[in-house]
Design a binder for this molecule. Structure first.
Ligand SMILES: Cc1cc2nc3c(=O)[nH]c(=O)nc-3n(C[C@H](O)[C@H](O)[C@H](O)COP(=O)(O)OP(=O)(O)OC[C@H]3O[C@@H](n4cnc5c(N)ncnc54)[C@H](O)[C@@H]3O)c2cc1C
Length: 152
């Protein structure tokens, strides 16, 4: 990717007790494709790790790489080993055509209702909370779109 979106969190900033005195913890999240992509993460993982550090330093985290004392890298292979389909912890990608009404429906047949990031409306804690509300409305028959199929 030429311009990846990335997430950096520094939990020891607000809770210094998480790290030894004078040290800090950083969590860095970079996007990856799922395991459908022809990528061998055993070799690509360490290379991508170096790319992550390079991009962080380029964006202002000077000396980040040299300051690392302990690190743990998670790749799609690790996510797969934790039971996530095709190593995708976000479920289906949150691209436009897989978000909101385009995401898999949250009702199946007459009496199975889904909630969570794999169904409508999409990924992320706020969206998943909306998904829970939508699922409850389906169960209670309060959603006009699905009233005729309300569970009994
Ligand atoms: C690395 C990462 C960073 C993220 N950062 C953000 C962020 O900054 N902001 C944000 O809004 N969202 C973020 N997200 C997305 C957000 O965490 C998810 O979209 C959301 O947690 C999905 O909620 P869920 O309830 O669908 O699934 P989950 O939160 O994954 O909950 C599913 C639960 O079901 C349990 N489970 C699985 N199988 C079984 C079983 N057979 N029996 C019993 N229990 C089972 C699992 O252990 C888990 O506790 C992030 C996700 C990841 C992976």
């Amino acid at each position: 990717m030429s311009d990846p979106s990335l997430l950096v969190t520094n939990p020891s900033h607000s809770d210094p007790g998480l790290a030894p005195d004078g040290k800090e913890i950083y969590y860095v999240l970079f996007p990856t494709p799922n395991l459908d992509a022809p990528i061998d993460w055993r070799t690509e993982g360490p290379r991508y790790r170096d790319e992550v550090v390079r991009v962080l330093e380029e964006r202002g985290y000077r000396g980040f790489g040299d300051a690392i004392e302990v690190e743990s890298i998670t790749t799609p292979l690790d996510w797969e080993q934790r039971g996530m389909e095709r190593g995708a912890p976000f479920a289906a990608a949150h691209s436009f055509l897989q978000t909101g009404p385009f995401r898999p429906k949250n009702i199946w047949g007459e009496n199975v209702v889904f909630a969570g990031s794999g169904t409508q409306p999409g990924v992320g804690v706020p969206m998943v909370l909306v998904s829970g509300r939508l699922a409850a409305e389906r169960v209670l028959g309060r959603d006009p779109l699905y009233r005729s199929r309300a569970l009994r």
